[in-house]
Design a binder for this molecule. Sequence first.
Ligand code: ATP
Ligand code: MG
Length: 266
Amino acid sequence: MGPRILTLANQKGGVGKTTTAINLATALAAVGERVLIIDLDPQGNASTGLGIARQDRGLSTYEILLGEAGIAEASVMTQVPQVAIVPSTMDLLGVEAHISSASDRAFRLRESFKRINELLVDGRPVTYVLIDCPPSLNLLTINALVAADAVLVPLQCEFFALEGLSQLLQTIEQIRTTLNPQLYIQGVVMTMYDGRNNLSLQVLDDVRSEMGDLVYDTVIPRNVRLSEAPSYGKPALLYDLKCAGSQAYLRLATEVIRRERQLNAA
Ligand code: ATP
Ligand code: MG
């Protein structure tokens, strides 16, 4: 069996997609999984946040989508044990122009995953792939949704949290009925929760009544350590394991694994 492939998507900017990709990957690795992050955002925040400097990025997701490199060749190990990444560069900004007229334009990432077992982390194939998407429902995000088993949606605890969600759900549904019938939503993770703020609580209630059990029990608190860590090129879990943000991502990893096991046993 291949790895579980999870796409972190929300076309809204700044909701915690990248922070979740980095720290969930680290938390999964901490409990024994071997994880590959695919940085599919031209901003390259996941690559930077994991300490992969721009000048050190060779092959990237750009070459993957162009079919010029395989996953195993383009992956690099991070300083986090058992976490590898395919970095991104600004080149990704131009990828649509190159592939948008190709009939297989939405399948480029999925195609590359056919040979993912060639990538060895700690001598063995990876067990989880996390795909970090740009804040847009463009061809990059479509590639991620077509290549994935499931979607994980980060939602920020703010007044407009649910705005735009229906568009994302519609897109997911469209992909399910056309390009990727087995796609499902793994869960919705509420981020930047501020317990001192009534609004946060209100938003959490609203989202739970709208999305029900899809919302993870684990809520990611607003935590300054989570926002500081990337400037040191580290996940928060390495920067400050004890902080509330790191602890929340450890709990989220347990929930994600439990859901995967339940879904695959069913
Ligand atoms: P983009 O859409 O631009 O890719 P994103 O959805 O990936 O953004 P992040 O980059 O993860 O969002 O987060 C946006 C900003 O909020 C970053 O500066 C990040 O450090 C900060 N941030 C994310 N989660 C938290 C949190 N739980 N507590 C405090 N700051 C956070
Ligand atoms: Mg991001």
